[in-house]
Design a protein around this ligand. Structure first.
Ligand SMILES: Cc1ncc(COP(=O)(O)O)c(C=O)c1O
Length: 313
């Protein structure tokens, strides 16, 4: 789906028109993938709109930047305020928010030190990410996730998404909605843009971060909700074949939200329908995000939007 534009993008402290948020082809990021970014959702609420887990996302952005020795001239509070500013100025909800910190135009050598740090925050409408009503048909990728101590998986860096593209393109070419990658030891890692959960005999499993998985904010939300619901939750290394004999499998992610998986490598998961535990977690997740259930974990940042009044019937 082509990006739907909005009027403003936040750039280094001020709002600029969408069309003017351009970088030069010789910018460091274009050649070496030197950027870190976030993906955040803003949901409609009965009384307006709210951003889901804004400080956690912006803290992860700063952590990603720190790993890559990027000196960001804004602190957590300033970055959160900037997101609120651009979302309120554009007044589009629901929307997806894309903050990005990149190394801009300066020097062309691999050393990034001579290229300036640029911070941009855009937001735009974006709907459902994982296709498949009643669950997605996915495969295990022939591509592995990055080996430890190569590209750090705890940094949400642009360069990691070259690997994600290989995983996703292979899946698409073969008629699947998404691919699940293993780590270099053949253990389950994550989807190209999602964390993975497995349910077997009433226990909820997900791989630990040491299996080259991103520290997903939705992953954390799912773990928190599951514990709150009294489920047994374990973060442990998981063999590939657990996907084939699981009762339930689902993805979590900001774009994917909580997305049930119907089959893996054409092997049907459970009875082929979204499972009870997946449904309970999704119900709580969407209930909180949409303001229909109490924000019991303090995950929402309300925003004031200038939306047209609904037409009275
Ligand atoms: C590789 C990868 N893993 C996991 C996730 C899920 O992370 P989050 O729930 O923070 O969006 C994402 C999405 O950002 C991702 O790109």
């Amino acid at each position: 789906m082509p990006i739907q534009t909005t009027p403003n993008i936040w750039h280094n402290g001020k709002l600029i028109p969408w069309e003017q948020a351009n970088i030069h082809v010789m910018s460091h990021v274009v050649h070496y993938g030197s950027c870190v970014f976030e993906g955040i959702r803003c949901y409609n609420q009965p009384q307006g709109a709210a951003i889901f887990r804004l400080p956690e996302h912006m803290q992860r952005l700063l952590d990603s930047a720190k790993i890559y020795r990027m000196e960001v001239p804004y602190d957590l509070e300033e970055l959160c305020a900037a997101v609120v500013d651009v979302v309120e100025a554009n007044s589009v909800s629901p929307c997806y928010i894309r903050p990005i910190i990149l190394r801009g135009y300066g020097e062309i050598g691999v050393s990034p030190k001579g290229s300036p740090i640029e911070v941009y925050i855009a937001n735009f409408p974006w709907g459902k990410y994982i296709e498949g009503t009643g669950g997605a048909d996915v495969c295990v990728s022939s591509w592995n996730r990055m080996a430890p101590n190569t590209l750090p998986s705890l940094a949400k860096a642009g360069a990691n998404y070259m690997n994600s593209q290989l995983i996703h393109m292979e899946a698409e070419e073969n008629g699947y909605a998404e691919g699940i990658a293993l780590d270099v030891n053949g253990l389950i890692s994550e989807g190209s843009g999602e964390n993975v959960f497995v349910v077997r005999n009433g226990v909820l499993y997900t791989p630990p971060l040491a299996n080259s998985a991103l520290s997903g904010i939705t992953r954390d939300s799912v773990l928190t909700i599951a514990r709150h619901l009294g489920l047994t939750v374990t973060e442990q290394a998981l063999p590939r074949e657990l996907l084939y004999i699981a009762d339930e499998v689902f993805f979590s992610g900001t774009a994917a939200e909580v997305s049930p998986i119907r089959s893996v490598d054409r092997i049907v998961v459970g009875d082929g329908k979204p499972g009870e535990i997946t449904k309970k977690i999704a119900d709580e997740f969407f209930g909180i995000a949409s303001g229909l259930k109490p924000d019991r974990f303090g995950w929402l940042t309300p925003v004031k939007l200038n939306l047209p009044e609904p037409v009275a019937k």
